[in-house]
Design a protein. Structure first.
Length: 285
């Protein structure tokens, strides 16, 4: 027959009903939920010494949530509250506290994270350099999924070692490095902007780079194209066949020109500009 005179039931996660305390540093926190009505004075006695209780009512009803953080301390569970798991929002039972302790996120100077406001659903970008402790009652750390094709166009161009064949899920904000003499267009649902390198820019959660389809080969017929998000705006050369006729009808032709530079024709005439102006153009460009 079970249980016998010397048998006992073990509580889930405990060692014969012995539970470990929670050791917290200043960059760690616990998410608590009140399950039995209690007063502010009683709560102050239960929490670690010196812990600043958030401003609120003098009496806490069941369901009230609070965050224990900010001080190196040892937290002992008490019957009026339960510890919630930050990922599942479910009560934590037993030992093995590593999964429920909330750790602050260290953000590098050129990095960032995305946070969703649980009340509004809006996702904002938090920039480094900072140590940020996410409040699970109000915020959620959002990971961003990027298709492999987009990742290779945005990241793989300047960092070939990071190219991939599968979708990428990252907990960090996307950092785009714009090379010198290049430009990118960043677009979202509300706005678009152009960034000229050299620059390092963090994308918002809904922002993406505009992909360009550029002709390649000795003659720009459009049959051969290459996709890129980085457009060279200074110091580049374009090789193609041009025929230019000025207003006084002399013509000139060339097989190459510089972006924003000059075009020299066979007849020795000089046409300056960026491909537009008083002179008309004929042929492929």
């Amino acid at each position: 027959m079970f249980p016998g005179p010397h048998d006992t039931f073990l509580q889930r996660g405990s060692r014969r009903r012995v539970y470990d305390a929670y050791e917290l540093s200043e960059n760690q926190a616990l998410w608590l939920r009140i399950i039995s009505p209690t007063s502010r004075a009683v709560l102050a006695e239960r929490l670690p010494p010196g812990y600043p209780i958030e401003s609120g009512p003098e009496h806490y009803e069941a369901g009230h949530e609070l965050l224990v953080r900010g001080l190196p301390s040892v937290f002992f569970p008490f019957i009026e509250a339960e510890v919630l798991h930050p990922d599942t929002n479910e009560p934590h039972v037993g030992n093995g506290h590593e999964s429920v302790v909330i750790n602050a996120i260290g953000i590098d100077p050129d990095s960032g994270i995305y946070l969703r406001d649980k009340a509004t659903g809006k996702v904002e970008l938090v920039r480094g350099e900072a140590t940020y402790l996410v409040d699970p009652r109000k915020q959620e750390h959002v990971h961003r999924r990027v298709a492999a094709k987009d990742w290779n166009l945005w990241i793989g161009v300047t960092a070939p070692q990071r190219k991939t064949t599968t979708d990428v899920v990252t907990p960090w904000a996307l950092a785009i490095t714009v090379p010198v003499n290049h430009a990118v267009e960043i677009s979202s649902h509300q706005d678009r902007r152009v960034v000229v390198g050299p620059a390092s820019v963090l994308l918002g959660y809904e922002e993406r780079l505009t992909a360009l389809s550029l002709s390649k080969g000795p003659h720009k017929t459009g049959r051969e194209t290459v996709q890129s998000c980085f457009l060279r705006v200074r110091g580049g050369r374009i090789k193609d066949r041009f025929e230019v006729v000025s207003s006084d009808l002399p013509s000139a032709s060339s097989s190459s020109c510089g972006v924003g530079g000059q075009l020299r024709g066979r007849a020795g005439s000089l046409v300056r500009g960026r491909g537009s102006g008083q002179a008309g153009r004929r042929g492929s460009a």
